[in-house]
Design a protein around this ligand. Structure first.
Ligand SMILES: [Zn+2]
Length: 103
């Protein structure tokens, strides 16, 4: 299966992906939203974090119109495709395949 990454990246909205997995922002308005990091690799780091719960809940930030995200705790960052790859803990190809199948 051939994947048009550029087309996918512009079509898949990070914000919609996040809504699909039940992510809710804790803070922010308009394009810039912050909340807890939904990535599986990030959750495991929670116990080692000595910051308060408030900072933990705001580690993950997205810019909706730029369609990019960044997590200040696990350091993961990128576009909607990168996010899905990290969230599903899979390869970029498989993540893209999944997203193109379920737009
Ligand atoms: Zn994270």
């Amino acid at each position: 299966m051939r994947i048009d990454y550029r087309e996918l990246k512009s079509r898949i909205r990070l914000r919609e992906l996040l809504e699909r997995i039940g992510w809710k922002s804790v803070k922010g308005r308009g394009d810039q939203l912050r909340g807890p990091c939904p990535l599986p690799g990030c959750r495991s780091k929670v116990s080692n974090d000595c910051d308060g719960p408030t900072r933990k809940d705001l580690a993950f930030s997205i810019h909706a119109s730029k369609n990019v995200y960044r997590c200040f705790r696990c350091g993961s960052a990128g576009n909607a495709l990168d996010f899905w790859q990290a969230y599903r803990a899979t390869s970029l190809y498989d993540a893209a395949k999944e997203l193109s199948r379920n737009p």
